[in-house]
Design a protein around this ligand. Structure first.
Ligand code: URA
Ligand code: URA
Length: 272
């Protein structure tokens, strides 16, 4: 395990993360606040597979032992756009200071919180930041992000219509898959983003997102073209854009999955 990052580097990291998350003022108390490491546990959400079961009650945040107030507050529907923005910024500020995963915190340039419309109807959840995202502080800005942009465009969506985030908010070294403890440590933040944005649909991009959000280890081939439920959101699963870069033949399936989602929303894209 790496020791805590040296203070100068950590301070620069935090400022970059906060700036990327839209935080322009940092109070003294925010700056020194730190989040205690979460107790070790396996992947969250043991509840498997039922297409309708709300999973939210079983998430880690609900049971987290922490001196800090939980970020997980149910019944937040009805928040105004500015209230959502403000609360998302507050969560991002905590994420920027997070050292629950010491190795990730020591290696990151900055945290990568999430981007997009705080009132988005559709939220996309990827895996974890890569090198480009770590550098820029925004999810899906590298090659996979360019492809995601094209998928959105084809679906008549703008990046600014949707909300985009990841299972992890720090880049895993060498872009390895998130470890179960890392995903568990970051789950409170993901759940807070889902609660605040309160999307009607969540799109899991790839099997890491599906496995961690839904607790389903099946391949995307098995999970796609089905509707799952996570709290108030319908969830669909499709291939990760990075997978599409390696397997372009699967682009057709992703397009079918977007049409499937949009049809569920009452929008017919098939004339395109
Ligand atoms: N891949 C992901 O899963 N997320 C990103 O933000 C970028 C690439
Ligand atoms: N495996 C993944 O992790 N993601 C995909 O999208 C497809 C296969």
């Amino acid at each position: 395990m790496a020791k805590n990052p040296i203070p100068r580097r950590a301070a620069a990291q935090q400022l970059a993360s906060l700036r990327a998350a839209g935080v322009t003022r940092v109070s003294r108390s925010t700056r020194v606040q730190s989040v205690p490491p979460a107790p070790s546990r396996g992947t969250t959400n043991a509840s498997h597979g039922t297409d309708a079961a709300p999973l939210r009650g079983s998430t880690s945040a609900a049971t987290r032992e922490s001196a800090e107030p939980s970020l997980f507050q149910p019944n937040r529907s009805g928040l105004s756009r500015s209230e959502r923005e403000e609360r998302l910024r507050a969560v991002a500020a905590r994420v920027a200071l997070c050292t629950r995963c010491q190795d990730l915190a020591a290696a990151r340039t900055q945290t990568v919180f999430g981007v997009g419309n705080p009132e988005a109807e559709i939220m996309f959840v990827g895996e974890a930041p890569g090198a480009d995202e770590d550098r820029q502080g925004e999810p899906f800005v590298g090659a996979a992000g360019q492809l995601l942009n094209r998928i959105l465009e084809a679906s008549k969506l703008n990046r600014s219509d949707v909300y985009i985030c990841n299972i992890l908010r720090c880049r895993p070294p060498g872009n390895r898959n998130p470890l179960p403890d890392e995903a568990a440590n970051c789950r409170e933040y993901l759940d807070a983003q889902i609660e605040l944005v309160d999307p009607a649909y969540i799109v899991c991009l790839g099997s890491v997102a599906a496995k961690n959000l839904l607790g389903l280890a099946d391949s995307i081939g098995k999970l796609r073209v089905r509707i799952f439920q996570y709290g108030r959101a319908k969830v669909v699963c499709t291939y990760h854009p990075a997978y599409l870069l390696r397997n372009p033949a699967a682009k057709k399936d992703v397009w079918d999955d977007m049409k499937f989602l949009m049809r569920d929303r009452g929008i017919d894209l098939s004339s395109k």
